[in-house]
Design a protein around this ligand. Structure first.
Ligand code: SAM
Ligand code: SF4
Ligand code: SF4
Length: 351
């Protein structure tokens, strides 16, 4: 064998498996805990006010540290990386991070954004090597959208961001819609009609009880089955299989060829058994579940000068011991007994 060729570059790594046999495949990296929106279901104004203790700059992982962690995770099996936040486009110079991560072989690099700065940044992100974009948009009606983002941000600017992303070469853009009963279920069909035929894919997400500040109540969850019925009544749809193992959205296509829609039923149809996601918080803690309340402090190791073998061993220890399945326990009515009320916030862990 030619000893100049690194075998790791020829064969994808064998992914780590957790205690339930789930592979490590996805890494979601939160690059800021700040946001210019105050979505009522995520960063309600009353909690995330001027006195909120956001992380000081020095606590944030640097781009170099993030790249080190990303390479470590890829060597352990990760093949999808998603940048998130807070609002990731608020982090200064984040295109440089995208460019560095895009050089890691064998990964699909994606971003989730509220779209507010996308019109300005889409081309730079594309040029830096970003593969895919998801834009969150909870309504097309100005009053509904502004009531949800709670900072009077206009719908038109998010739509401009989507158009700019399209012009920059991003196709198949996912449009994330958090559905809250009594707030924006009237936006489901307008969004479906708007994006049908565009090649972009709306994904309706059940409102989740993540964090401890969004005042979640089960009676505000509109089950995805009802969302699908509403869509099917106007545009008949049929189920599609997942693109990849561990995909959280159930995919559907219009029978007339008008494109796709998806639903993410984290409350009514728990998908813990196929959950392959690891999360890296803004300050460098690993979380093996969205509902975890304690993270593993990787930054401490990084800043103490730990070598690659030590970091890899830490990741291996963490993932192989993983047993999380919060949503399944919630479905069994045991959620609140196993996970304390004080949880990490969505804006800190990135969803
Ligand atoms: N700021 C970016 C955005 O909004 O796209 C990225 C971070 S945001 C936390 C990531 C995703 O989580 C968004 O699509 C958002 O709608 C979703 N999200 C936030 N809070 C949620 C909740 N309580 N239930 C369901 N989805 C939620
Ligand atoms: Fe900000 Fe995204 Fe949370 Fe809305 S969902 S407050 S845009 S982090
Ligand atoms: Fe994954 Fe935790 Fe969500 Fe279950 S509850 S799907 S283990 S993040």
């Amino acid at each position: 064998m030619n000893d100049r060729i690194d075998p790791d570059l020829l064969m994808p790594p064998v992914p780590l498996r957790d205690s339930r046999g789930r592979e490590l495949r996805d890494l979601r990296i939160s690059i800021t805990d700040r946001c210019n929106f105050r979505c009522t279901y995520c960063m309600p104004k009353e909690v995330f006010d001027a006195d909120y203790p956001y992380l000081p700059r020095t606590d944030l992982l640097s781009f170099e540290e993030i790249e080190t962690v990303a390479r470590l995770a890829v060597a352990a099996g990760v093949n999808k990386i998603r940048l998130t936040g807070g609002e990731p486009l608020l982090r200064r110079g984040m295109e440089k991070l995208v460019a560095a991560l895009a050089k890691i072989p064998g990964i699909d690099l994606a971003l989730t954004t509220n779209g507010s700065l996308l019109a300005k940044k889409a081309q730079a992100l594309r040029d830096a090597g970003l593969d895919r974009i998801t834009v969150s948009l909870d309504g097309l009606d100005e009053a509904v959208f502004q009531r949800m983002n709670d900072v009077d941000f206009p719908v038109a600017q998010v739509l401009e961001g989507i158009a700019a992303a399209e012009a920059a070469g991003f196709a198949n853009i996912k449009i994330n819609v958090v559905v809250q009963k009594g707030v924006n279920e009237g936006e489901i069909l307008p969004i479906v009609r708007h994006f049908r035929g565009s090649g972009h894919v709306p994904r309706f997400i059940e409102f989740m009880d993540v964090g401890s500040s969004n005042g979640w109540r089960m009676d505000q969850v509109l089950p995805s089955a009802q969302v699908l019925d509403m869509i099917d009544a106007e545009f008949p749809i049929e189920a599609l299989g997942p693109h990849s193992a561990g995909e959280v959205a159930q995919r559907w296509r219009y029978r007339d060829g008008g494109g796709e829609v998806g639903v993410i039923s984290s409350v009514t149809r728990a998908f813990c058994s196929t959950c392959t996601r690891l999360r890296l918080s803004t300050e460098g803690r690993f979380y093996t579940c969205l509902f975890a309340h304690e993270g593993f402090d990787l930054r401490a190791l990084l800043r103490a000068g730990a070598d690659e073998a030590t970091l890899s061993a830490a990741l291996e220890g963490l993932w192989t011991a993983r047993a999380d399945r919060y949503s399944e326990l919630r479905a069994d009515g045991k959620g609140r007994t196993v996970v304390p009320l004080k949880r990490i916030e969505m804006s800190y862990i990135g969803g």
